[in-house]
Design a protein around this ligand. Sequence first.
Ligand SMILES: Cc1ncc(C[n+]2csc(CCOP(=O)(O)OP(=O)(O)O)c2C)c(N)n1
Ligand SMILES: [Mg+2]
Length: 627
Amino acid sequence: MDKKQMTMAQAIIAFLKNQYVERDGREQPFFAGCFGIFGHGNVAGIGQALQQMPEFRYYQGRNEQAMVHIAAAYAKTKNRLQTLVCTSSVGPGATNMVTGAALATINRLPVLLLPGDIFARRNVAPVLQQLESEHSQDISVNDCFRPVSRYWDRISRPEQVLTSLPEAMRVLTSPAETGAVTLALPEDVQTEAYDYPEALFRKRVWHIQRNRPDRRALAQAAAWLHASKRPLIVASGGVIYSEATDILQHFVEQTGIPVGETMAGKGSLGYDHPLSLGAVGATGTFAANRIAKDADLVIGIGTRYSDFTTSSKTAFQNPAVRFININVAEFDASKHLALPLVGDALVTLEELLGLLNGYTVETSYRTQAEQLHAEWDNEVERIYNIRHTPLPSQGELIGAVNEGSQPSAIMVCAAGSLPGDLHKVWRARNPKNYHLEYGYSCMGYEIAGGLGIKMAAPERDVYVMVGDGSYLMMNSEIVTSIQEGYKLIIVLLDNSGYKSIGALSRSLGEDGFGTRYVYPHNGRWPTDAAGTDVQALPVDLAANARSLGAHVIECKTYADFVAALQTVRTTDRTSVIYIQDDRYLGIPDYEGWWDVPVAEVSEMPSVQAARAKWATMRPKERDFLEQ
Ligand SMILES: Cc1ncc(C[n+]2csc(CCOP(=O)(O)OP(=O)(O)O)c2C)c(N)n1
Ligand SMILES: [Mg+2]
């Protein structure tokens, strides 16, 4: 067998650059390069290897957490068929990636993390940044990655990569198992040489399977559909990752079954399709939530059934409701004691349709769904046309971005009050138009994620919608976007703090405590009761964005904002549209609910009232054991 002497780090990069994936006859390299911030834990290992192999592109990040967000957003945009690698030093550089790893794993997005680790040979311990343990030398901060990774290994001998790298690829390319993969790399072992078999570095193509479900389960699903009078499809991320949007539309048109969409699934069906009910759940539309309430059969496609999707288990109130779940992961397919169709969304929908023998819903049901669709569209129109003064409403600004952007654009958001509003009123015009990270809802994902999207789809405009809180938490990758020439359009909505948690706090009887960006007054936090009698902070976010190299347009009115959206279409680099908007005017709830527990006892009457209200909803939470 031919051998080649290489360091462990060189072997890893040489292996990664030859990994390909193929689905439906389309083949592409799985890794588009490596983000990294160097320190003593990786500079001489992975850093040296990347320098020696420039064909595996190195990208410089500003913050390790942001690098992982970039990789996750890249993978999401590529329907998980391609991703990026992230290398960090030992210690804080590594633990900065833990949040990113959790985000990727929760959203089922492949990212490969290569944190540096403490010396395997140990004699010089404690190395700078090492967490010591009195009871074991086999612990480092990288053990924090174990619960947030789908595969985790520490490479304490160079030859271990012969078995670890193929395992890492299996997990990363598995539609059911994918998430963060962490290979912790001790800084000494990274630089150690070994005679690796040449076969490790040959081109390898990983076939992404489209598994088909059990035949008996399919037949039973067809029978359940025939027995159903009020079926509803809940379309989620699995539809989009599987590229099953065309077959979904065909399925819907053949059967007349209406569709509600989750955060990850929005865009599965065009917003203007008559059977699109829009968002479902806690941040859902009245159209989807009314149909969900009485549905006798829910067909969940590629969904994790998060509490937002199920309105904390209160969305489906028909006593006889049952579930058919189409999912690549047995774990998700079995939720709500469903009839599990464990398989790929595209081929499963095809097979199921083939068994339906012309089944359609009754005309009256279809008409009801179509009417709700039309009524909802009017509500969106109303919200887009509010002209609130002195500060505009968030809803009208969302409308302006939707109408001022190309249908092919990608809008990205993650946390704050924007996701709920966007879920309700953003008009998704293609399956990639709406990119929400709402598995982890991680403040700080927005700009970094926007960069990952733009790298994955440079031909599309990317609109990053971000609140002042998220912007302050992580705006660093504006610099990277300028450095690499990837133009982002960042829409920065400043409402002087946390509009979302402020509203949540009020609903829990806490009057916005701790959610305004103002000076404390006599050592106490002004709540919403203080009104305008507060001292604002001397922060200038527009100047901040300008200082990072962005082109910045400051707006005061809705009209300024619309004009700025035109201007940024032709700017030459990352551009920020800055506007202040109203902290209080929200888009209403449309019969959804979210369980946030309220204090059981309190001296505050407002909290007691909120608790009493909560107590009326809690019994509506269902366990679906009756089926
Ligand atoms: C990293 C992180 N920390 C805390 C939270 C809890 N949280 C959710 S939204 C939010 C406020 C976001 O503020 P901003 O970006 O200004 O959006 P707004 O609520 O004003 O729309 C907070 C603190 C979170 N989602 N992520
Ligand atoms: Mg805010």
